[in-house]
Design a protein around this ligand. Structure first.
Ligand code: HMG
Length: 410
């Protein structure tokens, strides 16, 4: 790939479940100080999927929104990649359901990528390579991140759940963000920080170790991307990170600043702590409001922060450079730089998911717990009625009959 070819994100959309849990409610139910979840983790709410909302339905809703809002003809899509770690079948990819339900062309290359939260970044960079190699022949790629983060009732990971999908159209005339290929740095290491065995619906995590693995990967990927630069942060208008919970972005930014300053930063050293908090407030905090409302959406969480930035400041930041860091447990990571396109300001309201988020229903903790139990049995349920979960007007999973999953608009 060569730098003269401008490749990047041309369209973006988010879609998620119709209900959420207020984290202060969850904290009270678990006998925890609510400030631990809201300040300690930085989360306000988490989206909760019902049994009728799965990785396929969210992927299709986000994909359809991106194509419609940005006026992309489905016939223009020549590659469809769904990044997910919560697929619905050991063999059949979510992407092929999405291909059908989105009405894409038969001449479309379609597949699923899995590497924990890294799957969508893997899809994005592969689709950029597909375009830059000339193989796309003028067509665009659709990359969709779709996941349901689930750790189980009463676990330490419970307040870091969430669900949702982000769809991105990738093209050689990106209306939102150009990604600079020579600034893409990678990192891989086999670690047991977070995983989900074949027999489990819920993820298992060595939580504190996973934070360390994330920070090590950030260091490694950034070194591969830009080497020992000490002035990168000053040249950027935003730093976007994988956001399992909002406080993680603060820890990540601290690690990047420590790399630039060449020493560790602690609260005990007032001057460097102030430098860190000012930098975080300028480059990161403004773009974490959606993540705080939705929770961890695994593959899509970095790109949800990008949506937040573009919906608020796409026009103001046109032509400016930003960084993106994707981390997937297990682990794999990419750090890269992008430039906000001159046209980004025109699309601020087209990609803004806040009206839909405002329509969500707040669950009581009893309702949330009953949804979690119902979701555990959903793969084997013969008939599911969306109306039983207060749902109408979308695409829903309606049960598995004769070992085949069924999807219907209702
Ligand atoms: P924990 O052990 O229950 O929480 O689990 P804690 O004791 O570490 O407290 C969390 C923070 O709250 C701390 O802040 C406390 O000080 C603070 P910090 O010291 O870290 O800055 N705190 C309070 N603040 C205000 N008032 C209070 C109060 N009490 C405590 N009263 C943990 C936390 C994140 C480990 C857990 O939720 C977990 O296991 N989550 C799942 C794993 C995870 O999210 N890992 C993140 C890195 S790995 C990753 O990002 C990949 C991932 O997305 C998966 C994938 O790739 O597919 C997870």
């Amino acid at each position: 790939m060569n730098d003269s070819i401008s490749v990047g994100i041309d369209a973006l959309a988010f879609a998620g479940p119709a209900a959420f849990v207020e984290l202060a409610d969850l904290a009270r139910a678990r006998g925890v100080d609510p400030a631990k979840f809201t300040h300690g983790l930085g989360q306000n709410r988490m989206a909760i999927a019902s049994p009728c909302e799965d990785t396929v339905t969210m992927a299709v809703e986000a994909g359809a929104l991106a194509l419609k809002a940005f006026d992309v003809d489905p016939a223009e899509i020549g590659t469809l990649i769904v990044g997910t770690e919560t697929g619905v079948d050991h063999s059949k990819p979510v992407a092929v359901y999405a291909h059908d339900l989105l009405g894409l062309d038969e001449r479309c290359r379609t597949f699923e990528t899995k590497h924990a939260c890294y799957g969508a970044m893997a899809g994005l960079t592969s689709s950029m390579d597909w375009i830059a190699s000339g193989r796309a022949r003028g067509r665009k790629a659709l990359v969709i991140a779709s996941d349901i983060a689930s750790y189980g009732l009463g676990t330490p990971g419970e307040p870091t759940q969430g669900a949702g999908a982000v769809a991105m159209v990738v093209s050689d005339q990106p209306r939102l963000l150009q990604i600079q290929p020579r600034t893409i740095g990678d990192y891989t290491r086999q670690v047991m920080d977070f995983w989900r065995p074949l027999y489990s619906k819920h993820a298992l995590a060595d939580g504190h170790y996973s934070i360390q693995c994330y920070l090590d990967a950030l260091k490694g990927a950034r070194l591969d991307a830009v080497g020992e630069r000490h002035d990168l942060l000053d040249s950027l208008s935003a730093c976007l990170y994988h956001v399992p919970f909002v406080k993680m972005a603060f820890k990540a930014h601290q690690r990047e600043m420590e790399m630039e300053l060449g020493h560790t930063i602690s609260k005990a050293e007032a001057a460097s702590w102030q430098q860190l908090t000012e930098s975080y407030e300028r480059l990161c905090a403004p773009w974490l409001t959606l993540n705080a409302e939705v929770g961890n959406i695994y593959t899509g969480s970095l790109f949800l922060a990008l949506i937040d930035l573009l919906r608020q400041a796409g026009g103001e930041l046109a032509g400016k450079d930003i960084s993106l860091f994707s981390y997937g447990s297990g682990c794999g990571a990419t750090h890269c730089l992008g430039k906000i396109s001159d046209t980004a300001g025109r699309w601020q309201s087209a990609l803004d998911p806040t009206p839909a988020l405002a329509r969500r229903r707040r669950l009581t903790i009893a309702e949330y717990e009953s949804l979690v139990r119902a979701s555990e049995a959903a793969d084997r349920a013969e008939t599911l009625n969306p109306a039983d979960f207060g749902l109408s007007g979308g695409l829903y999973y309606t049960g598995t009959r004769n070992d085949r999953r069924h999807y219907e608009r209702g």
